[in-house]
Write a protein that binds this ligand. Structure first.
Ligand SMILES: [Zn+2]
Length: 185
């Protein structure tokens, strides 16, 4: 009968040997914080907080709870990076690869593919599950906000301050226009 909440900072690996030995319905609560969590090759989430409840179920451990964090995304319109908050619900099953009492390997059936593994040492790594939940909560086509300047022009950002030469060119064009209008008269 463990009550209370365990705090975990910058770690995603839990030893659940004891919980696996307990009866179905036994629970553990965890408050987990991570300074950063890589979501893919380019996006790293930061300031992750997760309130998780682990429940012993017949096949393993059910993790439920909520997760929140921040991520820096690239706006699909203006291509500027911006920070956004995200939050989502967690519900995932972890299954042992080895029986905690007998030490016999557990045969995982094909249709259990969406569950996560508890390793031979009875450790479960929440990292991949938190990564997947985080990605699912983020927008597929992120836009920086209502005041997004919009699609980037091909020339934006490439403009140099007008140089002497550019000024001369403009003057030349103006003179040409003046010449043309004179000729028309
Ligand atoms: Zn934008």
């Amino acid at each position: 009968m463990a009550t209370g909440t365990t705090q975990i900072n910058n770690d995603t690996i839990l030893n659940v040997a004891q919980l696996l030995k307990e009866n179905v319905g036994s629970k553990r609560n965890y408050d987990l914080t991570l300074d950063s969590l890589p979501l893919d090759e380019t996006v790293v989430a930061s300031n992750i907080t997760a309130r998780l409840k682990l429940t012993r179920i017949a096949h393993g451990i059910l993790v439920t709870g909520s997760l929140a964090g921040e991520a820096r995304l690239e706006c699909v319109r203006c291509l500027e990076e911006f920070d956004t908050d995200f939050s989502g619900e967690v519900e995932a099953e972890f299954r042992p690869t080895i029986d905690v009492s007998s030490g016999v390997p557990v045969v995982i059936e094909e249709d259990d593919d969406d569950s996560f593994e508890i390793d031979e040492g009875h450790h479960m790594d929440l990292g991949e599950m938190l990564r997947q939940v985080s990605i699912l909560t983020l927008p597929i086509r992120p836009v920086c906000g209502d005041d997004c300047p919009g699609f980037v022009s091909e020339f934006r950002g490439g403009d140099e301050p007008p140089s002497e030469e550019a000024g001369d060119e403009r003057l030349a064009v103006l003179e040409q226009l003046l010449d043309d209008s004179r000729e028309e008269r």
